[in-house]
Design a protein around this ligand. Structure first.
Ligand SMILES: CC(C)(COP(=O)(O)OP(=O)(O)OC[C@H]1O[C@@H](n2cnc3c(N)ncnc32)[C@H](O)[C@@H]1OP(=O)(O)O)[C@@H](O)C(=O)NCCC(=O)NCCS
Length: 147
């Protein structure tokens, strides 16, 4: 099932985060998002208390930004990210979002393929976007039908 992320999820979430990203968010970063960011919504995909994947979005009126998505390594290539992306589509429609954007490393082919399959297109490039290796990011954008 998919439900809102809770503070008590963060140990499991950070385990996934650490294996998924070269420059991972800390537990404190997630705490700030969950407790102090009024625009942030985070969801986990969980089975039998095991968190398999999570996704985050900022909803700022008619614009939204996907902040993160990650699937635990053991459960990749099973369609879980698509389940979460579909779920976010519904959240966006329910909240009258008109445009969703995100940034992704230009080398992250898996994620770029995923976003293409959900209708995102590259709208620009952010040079030197990532601090760890100075990699560029694509800014990807999708217009939401019904928004
Ligand atoms: C990117 C990520 C979320 C995909 O999750 P996943 O659950 O393994 O992906 P799914 O099984 O749902 O596949 C979704 C789509 O992703 C793409 N994809 C997944 N694995 C892929 C691979 N090995 N090669 C190319 N594309 C791939 C495909 O478009 C796929 O759709 P398809 O199966 O219809 O071709 C996962 O690899 C991950 O957590 N990566 C580390 C974190 C990360 O990079 N997040 C994105 C930050 S912008």
């Amino acid at each position: 099932m998919i439900r809102s992320m809770k503070l008590s999820d963060l140990d499991q979430v950070c385990e996934i985060e650490n294996e998924a990203f070269s420059h991972p968010w800390s537990k404190e970063d997630f705490e700030v998002e969950l407790q102090s960011n009024p625009y942030a919504l985070y969801f986990v995909l969980v089975e039998d208390d095991l968190i398999k994947a999570y996704i985050g979005i900022w909803l700022i009126y008619e614009r939204a930004q996907i902040t993160t998505i990650a699937v635990k390594k053991d459960f990749r290539s099973q369609g879980l990210s698509k389940i979460l992306m579909n779920f976010l589509d519904t959240v966006c429609i329910e909240n009258n979002v008109e445009e969703v954007s995100l940034e992704v490393r230009v080398s992250n082919i898996k994620a770029i393929n995923l976003y293409h399959s959900f209708g995102f297109i590259e709208k620009g490039i952010r040079k030197d976007y990532y601090q760890d290796n100075h990699e560029d990011a694509y800014l990807m954008v999708k217009e939401v039908k019904g928004g």
